[in-house]
Design a binder for this molecule. Structure first.
Ligand code: MLT
Length: 355
């Protein structure tokens, strides 16, 4: 396994040394992260991909540390993925399922943050239905916070795991694994999707050409300002695409009728085998899950061996989350080069912390 020091030597020059490689206190979003910082996390994840493929999947980097997964919104794969990631690094992992609780936002959320802080967690992973809620908590606690999805805002580890999945798939085909220069079409409910937002930010920062495709009602206004090309015609959006990323209709975030019917939606925006043939030969298919088979993606596409990366995405999710947890706890663990003499990009907002 590669230690942080060996890793730095291996990639000398690719990013700054020590904590300058990732000078952030937490991972609240992809926004604000630079190309080399994304590459750093992807490179860090490689050692964990290798570990996770062994029968003995255990490291001790986080032994003695406590990680709290505070999920205020339902989740299966993301919660499990973070739990496995923490445990494989030797941490004590506690899951707080607050989805059914009356905790919403504002003062109550701050009280929750103060409670988690008083328990002296070493990292807190948060999922919340409200955009910005994770930042609110992060501002009140002393340890690193990782955003596991906040409302329509961001889902940074999903975008990172998608990039890692693409890198591995491209290398498996004999390529360099470079994301720069790829044409990636993201199709579905762009308006309500935090996965779309984080992926647009990550893929454009890594140098991909990103197209987004949705019915007019599910396309955010001025999405082009994010450096993407917007399409309403899926066939046109697929022409020449190297990768197509399908998204679920986020019904839980919709107020009102956004599509005429699932049948009509599938007809125009569902990924079928026939439609996939319009993309570049060898086009890779991704989906963050959960999938609605027969709506945004057909089963014979989702299960297409050599084309669909959907299970690889789940595998890479554990590795990328291990990388994020390991990197973000380096200062607290006193890893050489990561001493806490750094200039944080933001500091805890102690004002009002006792409110
Ligand atoms: C999410 O949490 O945003 C999921 O990974 C994607 C979805 O729910 O459709």
């Amino acid at each position: 396994m590669t230690s942080p020091d060996n890793h730095a030597a291996k990639h000398e020059g690719r990013y700054p040394p020590g904590s300058a490689a990732f000078p952030h206190r937490g991972l609240l979003g992809i926004a604000g992260l630079e190309n080399h910082q994304l590459l750093f996390l992807l490179d860090e994840a490689e050692q964990w991909v290798a570990l996770n493929r062994q029968s003995h999947k255990r490291a001790e980097h986080l032994a003695g540390l406590t990680i709290i997964n505070a999920f205020f919104e339902n989740s299966t794969r993301t919660l499990l993925s973070f739990e496995i990631a923490g445990k494989r690094l030797g941490a004590d992992v506690v899951n707080m399922h607050a989805a059914q609780s009356s905790v919403k936002k504002g003062e109550t959320l701050i009280d929750t943050a103060m409670t988690l802080n008083a328990m002296r967690a070493d990292a807190i992973v948060i999922r919340h239905a409200s955009s910005g809620a994770v930042r609110l908590i992060a501002d009140k606690v002393d340890c690193p916070v990782l955003n596991a999805g906040d409302g329509r805002h961001e889902h940074p580890t999903q975008a990172l795991l998608d990039a890692l999945t693409l890198r591995h798939a491209l290398r498996a085909r004999g390529g360099s694994g470079e994301i720069a220069g790829l044409t990636v079409t993201i199709c579905g409910d762009i308006l309500h999707s935090r996965v779309a937002r984080s992926n647009i930010l990550a893929l454009t920062t890594l140098g991909a050409e990103v197209r987004v495709c949705a019915p007019p009602a599910l396309m955010p206004a001025e999405v082009e300002a994010m450096g993407v090309t917007a399409f309403h015609d899926f066939d046109a959006a697929l022409a020449g695409a190297d990768v197509v990323m399908m998204l679920r209709l986020q019904a839980e975030r919709m107020q009102g009728q956004f599509i005429p019917s699932p049948r009509e939606y599938r007809h125009l925006y569902g990924l079928t085998l026939e439609r996939l043939a319009r993309a570049r030969p060898g086009c890779l298919v991704m989906h963050p899950g959960p999938m609605n088979r027969g709506v945004e993606i057909d089963s014979n596409v989702a299960d297409l061996v050599g084309t669909s990366l959907i299970t690889a995405q789940v595998e890479m999710g554990v590795a990328i989350r291990m990388a994020c947890l390991e990197v973000l706890t380096r200062r607290a663990r006193g890893v050489a080069g990561w001493e806490p003499d750094w200039a944080p990009d933001w500091a805890p907002d102690r004002a009002g912390a006792s409110a």
